[in-house]
Ligand binder design. Structure first.
Ligand code: XMP
Length: 325
């Protein structure tokens, strides 16, 4: 029978056998896959593992700090923190086309990844949190024809862009490759990952940058991060988090008129996007209690400067997508 303890033990043994005394690079993203992977790899090879965390500046409020704290203080796994916030913001300055925005973020990610892996390296292996469904999907696209070994031609970064240059085509070590998502969650829980990582809703690689429609600025990121935090707090307070596929806020690039006290306001609207789904391919807008919407709306308008209106998205997928960009 499959147990998490037996899996961890077996994976550690396999990793040691494969990697020997070589050095391994791992890009931490904050999700359950890469976090579980980091724990396993560190258990297997200790300081021959380098965990790198590239902060694009598009994560949710407190997420980067929490991740660093978890790894450094609870797991005692050192993390190379790369603060690339200004670079990413500069890379998409003035860009409002969604595809162009994604493309630029993806390219910037590869560039930072390259620079940092050269600075910290050299490395022989790249550890990736590839799961069983990903292995099936990418069948033999990145197998070295001579050795039959899987090689990194791309990084699994949720960006779906960009080849790595030849000298950075590390060999892959993928100890989660036989697991399904629910099994990774079990392993993650068993090693002490907090529920907020284990159960985290899907979060796009470009993060909040694609939830700010149109041009992204530091000011808008602050607004969205604050609104998003309120959404999460209230969803959690109502015990709804586990019942929804995703629940998040989107910031629109238009302003509307409102009134606060006896002052006229002219500010941005926030859209609430709450959906139910099995796999993200189709989705239903979630029929959540009006009281929940009321609380969220009141809090956002009162607590987040720059927002004076909250609207609820009642579009399913198809025809709507889950994200707005
Ligand atoms: P859409 O918006 O296409 O999203 O209905 C379907 C699911 O995919 C997530 N999503 C992404 N995930 N990188 C990711 O890793 C991305 O660029 C990306 N875009 C969308 C989305 O959050 C939803 O769960």
């Amino acid at each position: 029978t499959w147990t998490t303890a037996a899996f961890v033990e077996q994976a550690v043994r396999e990793v040691r056998g494969k990697v020997g005394d070589k050095r391994v690079l791992l890009a931490l993203s904050g999700g359950v896959d890469s976090s579980t992977l980091a724990f396993l790899m560190h258990k297997a090879i200790g300081d021959r593992l380098t965990c790198m965390f590239i902060d694009q500046g598009f994560m949710r409020k407190h997420e980067p700090e929490r991740l660093l704290k978890l790894f450094q203080e609870q797991f005692h796994i050192p993390v190379e923190y790369v603060n690339a916030r200004d670079r990413f913001l500069a890379a998409i300055a003035g860009v409002s086309d969604p595809e162009e925005k994604r493309r630029r973020i993806g390219h910037e990610f590869i560039r930072v990844f390259e620079e940092e892996s050269r600075r910290l390296g050299p490395f022989d292996y790249l550890a990736q949190g590839t799961l069983y469904p990903d292995v099936i999907e990418s069948a033999d696209t990145n197998v070295d024809p001579k050795t039959g070994e899987r090689v990194a031609v791309k990084i699994k970064s949720h960006h779906n862009v960009g080849g790595l240059p030849k000298d950075l085509r590390f060999k892959l070590v993928e100890p989660l490759r036989k697991l399904f998502k629910d099994e990774v969650r079990k392993v993650g829980r068993s090693i002490g990952l907090p529920e907020e990582i284990v159960q985290r809703h899907p979060f796009p690689g470009p993060g909040l940058a694609i939830r700010i429609l149109g041009e992204v600025t530091a000011e808008k990121l602050d607004i969205l991060r604050d609104a998003d935090l309120i959404v999460r707090q209230e969803i959690n307070r109502q015990g709804m988090y586990g019942h929804l596929w995703q629940a998040f806020a989107v910031l629109l690039p238009i302003r509307s008129v409102g009134v606060m006290g006896d002052q006229r306001t002219y500010a941005y609207p926030i859209v609430l996007r709450f959906v139910k789904s099995e796999d993200g391919m189709t989705a239903d807008w979630a029929r959540v209690p009006y009281d929940l919407l009321e609380t969220i709306s009141t809090r956002i308008v009162n607590e987040v400067p720059g927002v004076n209106r909250v609207v609820y998205d009642v579009t399913s997928k198809p025809p709507g997508t889950i994200e707005w960009e």
